[in-house]
Design a binder for this molecule. Sequence first.
Ligand SMILES: [Fe+2]
Length: 306
Amino acid sequence: MIDMPSCLIRGVRSVELVASNLDEAARFYEMVWNLQPMPARNDARLFRGTGAYHHVLGLHLGAQPAVIRIVFDVADRQAIAHLHRTMSAAGVKPTAPAELAAPGGGYGFGCKDPDGRNLFFVCDCADHADSEDRADHPRRIAHVNLNARDFNASLAFFTDVLGFRMVDENAPLWFLHCANRDHCSIVLAKTDLPTLNHIAFEMPDCDSVMRGIGRMKDAGYPVEWGPGRHGPGNNVFAYFCGPDEVPLEYAAEILQIDETYQPRSSAHWKYTPGRSDQWGITQPRSPRYYRVQRLFGFTADGDRII
Ligand SMILES: [Fe+2]
């Protein structure tokens, strides 16, 4: 029996979304959000960051904006097989592991989590040799924040089945760390809907977040919350409503941790009245952002082979 690390997930590789206007959304993610388009296939548009992942965002045309799937990075086929066995034993009913035909290839499987979200787990993708930082350009997805309707079942799934470690709690948010150095890769929000709260893209530095705010403002996407510095994860943040009102975050200077990190409870993270970040400079979240951070559901079939 080979020893496997406690968490086989190395991070969020990509997110795939339904976009109601593919051309407009593609223009936004290239010209404003500063991702780089990859060769398209059929009706899909793919974008990479400056990091090594083949792509970090996929867009597919559809009438109802939604999340199709979240794709996680796994080291190799042995880890995929182990994760698949663990899920099957937990009664999750994953699809059979298979070679993936989608651009970037890879090998993996999908499943639905307890709240019906489509998750995918892949290894052996055709990643890039170049991964140099570029000012004002996102590296990759830093974390995905998910609204949980069945919060206890979702938390148990991510920790007991997928092996994430709960590193901080700031109710209604729980921060989950996997096998990389980032403070968290998934955040669960205790709510009443199984929807997307937001997708955070990692910028190389604080200046890039600030310049990103300016670029978004010029393009008609004003900052909805921020700039500020979060408590848990310590990252600089700015939140926006993108095409189809998708909730997006630019994040930088994310706290890097290891197994010695001591989790803290909600009581530790409370700000003084009137503040919603460490610096005390941001306005509260806009009413528009409050609304859109609940809107995006998951499609019915995103756990199928891609
Ligand atoms: Fe975030």
